[in-house]
Design a protein around this ligand. Structure first.
Ligand SMILES: *Cc1c(COP(=O)(O)O)cnc(C)c1O
Length: 435
């Protein structure tokens, strides 16, 4: 057993999941949460992420921090392009470029040929969803927690084709109600589209339970793994997804402007790529063309190869550290943060679901969210704000937004979490004193 593996095993036995009711003090006193990374490892990881010296980055759900290695791969390729020419640089790095597809395939437990690269998750979503042949009366089944752009796409498809949109209700915990979703699945359902982890809350949806329901029906199962990739394990086989979308910049720590679609080989025949171009198909010399094999039929020809290589480097780094290892630490840090914030009088966390991920949403009496976010920023703590426009059907109601969203990752330290809790506590105490 490799040292990382052994570390991960230890970590799991110490993780909050195995011990669902740790006392507050035991959580707060545990020196290295999750036990996955030794002091030295964390030190190493933080040195390989120089920004951690200057800012407390609790915004990995927005855009995380690239490691020095990933940055060097991006800059290195740009430099090579400038030195020898863009086409020549791509040819020189052909094997490494293919390596990005290979790594993304491994990340989701799929195949290299099932990966298509995009410049974000939204375009990956569009490539999949706009390629589904739809007719009036067809149905799209989705949830309250879907991302703003996905909902807008569904609304356009409703206008264009007369498809119906079904929204599965949430259960008492706030995650999608699996039994209710099953009741809504019918023979006109063409697509079941679920956010694994929504953009504006710590909820982890039961992706695997839903996969079991969808399998064998006529519907395609799309999992929006934009927030979950790099944060928790995503295995297309155990989940039973047909389509998965992801972005590079969030918990995967890749460069901005990267994203990908994984499309199960067996689902390709059920999709008609919504655009055709020279990367998508081959002209037959007369009036016809043949789609390229694999998911690359969804891609466009021109790409930012520095970004493609940077994404590959970031994914390789995550795989080397181990997704389980990364995940248990990110989730443990967020529990520490969520629990700490919840002990402050007048402060509420808003994360729904049975299982919580590394996104913590919070509001404070007497301190509007934009003010709280500014106070955190003044203390060099990076966070973001949720908005109702990105969460049209939020089960918590549109009025819950804006919330302050804090999203730790494995490179954060326990001390940084305590700092954030302290700043919030002081802001609330000050507002209380002023009122
Ligand atoms: C950020 C996000 C998206 C969109 O990703 P982009 O890369 O910005 O297109 C989609 N879904 C979820 C859940 C997200 O958090």
């Amino acid at each position: 057993m490799s040292p990382t593996r052994a570390g991960a095993e230890r970590a799991l036995s110490a993780s909050p999941e195995r011990n669902p009711h740790p006392s507050k003090t035991s959580v707060l006193r545990r020196p290295i949460l999750g036990g996955t990374l030794t002091m030295l490892d964390l030190d190493l990881i933080r040195r390989a992420t120089p920004a951690t010296r200057d800012v407390v980055h609790l915004n990995s759900a927005g855009a995380s921090l690239m490691s020095t290695r990933t940055l060097e791969v991006v800059v290195g390729h740009l430099t090579l392009e400038a030195r020898i020419g863009g086409y020549e640089a791509a040819a020189a790095r052909q094997a490494e470029i293919e390596g990005t597809y290979e790594s993304l395939g491994r990340l989701v437990n799929g195949r290299r040929s099932e990966i298509a690269l995009f410049d974000n998750s939204t375009h990956a979503f569009n490539a999949a969803v706009y390629s589904i042949p739809l007719r009036a009366g067809d149905r799209i089944l989705t949830t309250h927690a879907e991302y703003g752009s996905s909902i807008l796409a569904f609304l356009q498809l409703r206008q264009r084709y007369g498809v119906e949109i079904d929204i599965a209700p949430s259960d008492e915990s706030g995650q999608v109600d699996v039994a209710a979703l099953r009741a809504l699945l019918c023979d006109r359902t063409r697509l079941v589209s679920i956010s694994h982890i929504p953009t504006s809350g710590g909820l982890i949806n039961p992706a695997q339970d839903i996969g079991r329901l969808v399998r064998g029906t006529g519907a395609l199962y799309l999992l929006d793994a934009t927030q979950s990739l790099g944060q928790i394990p995503v295995d297309v086989e155990s989940i039973g997804a047909d389509l998965v979308i992801g972005t590079g910049r969030k918990f995967l720590r890749g460069p901005r402007g990267t994203g990908f679609l994984w499309a199960r080989e067996a689902s390709l025949d059920r999709l008609e790529p919504f655009v055709n171009e020279i990367e998508a198909s081959t002209w037959d010399g007369a009036d016809g063309y043949a789609w390229h094999t694999g998911a690359r039929r969804f891609e466009t020809w021109e790409k930012s190869y520095s970004n493609v290589l940077g994404l590959g480097a970031a994914v390789d780094e995550a795989l080397e550290l181990g997704i389980d290892t990364i995940s248990s630490r990110a989730l443990a840090l967020s529990s520490l943060l969520r629990d700490g914030l919840a002990t402050i009088r007048g402060v509420r966390t808003h994360d729904l679901g049975v299982r919580n991920g590394a996104i913590v949403t919070v509001s404070a009496d007497g301190v509007p969210a934009p003010v709280l976010a500014r106070v955190l920023k003044d203390n060099r703590i990076n966070v973001s704000l949720t908005v109702p426009e990105h969460n049209q059907f939020d089960a918590r109601g549109p009025a819950v937004h804006p919330l302050v969203r804090l999203s730790p990752h494995y490179f954060n330290s326990e001390r940084e979490i305590e700092q954030a809790i302290d700043v919030v506590a002081r802001a609330v105490a000050q507002a209380d004193g002023e009122s």
